[in-house]
Design a binder for this molecule. Sequence first.
Ligand code: NAP
Length: 251
Amino acid sequence: MKLKGKIALVTGAGSGIGEAIAFLFAREGADIAVNDINPETAEKTVDEVKNIGRKAIALEADVADTDQVNAMVDRVVDEFGGVHILVNNAGIPIHGPFIEKQTPETWDRVVAVILRGTYLCSRRVGQWMVENRTGKIVNISSIAGARATPHIPSYGAAKAAVIQMTRTLAVDWGKFGINVNCISPGIINTPLTQRTFALWQTPEEIRQRIPLEVMGEAEDIANAALFLVSDEARYITGVNLPVDGGILAKG
Ligand code: NAP
């Protein structure tokens, strides 16, 4: 088991990629703090983690809210004694397709959840990690942060900023033994994808964009996250790893 004795906080872990990461980390021996804005899905993930045989708590919090994030991280430290791993996964899609019809409020909310949320969680967890001279942080960005993706300017801009913030945190916190890395998923088969891409692209159109010719699964992202938080990746920090079936390589 690669994560025996570790405590992992995964945001947005009630669904999709976050849920898959919670399950895989639990199978590798970690206890899991399951954050989601939706308490019901968080509880469902907690039940599954407990079935795997690990400890878990559900933490209802909006990652964009400073007080809620601080209270959430404090509770993890109180109940588990620390937080060795943070996965900043929570994200929201925007319901396109017309940029000119999107409201400034939509922009603000998308940027708040993706960028401010990643900052707030990293900041609070980082206080514990710096003090304890240990930690692994994985930020879930997107290929939309590296190339233009139609209809989602707020999402793409926020995801690009997450990639850049990853580098800054890696450089600042390297001396404390903290690794900070990023994963950029391509098109992954999750509820979010069903609510976004699938609304304006057929399965065949999606398939044609992907060199490996299939959509990714949440487990593909979880496997990459496990590698980045494991001892095997001890000398890797500040990178952005696309897990996208070759979409970025295709350009
Ligand atoms: P998902 O199935 O919708 O899961 C995201 C989870 O985050 C949901 O449970 C959601 O709750 C929760 N959440 C939303 N806002 C939150 C907030 N403010 N605080 C805490 N939790 C919040 O989406 P996914 O596909 O697994 O996406 C996970 C991450 O991967 C996101 O950051 C996404 O941008 C990124 N990503 C996904 C893809 C893809 O193809 N799926 C590609 C590139 C990047 P609600 O459902 O209640 O909103």
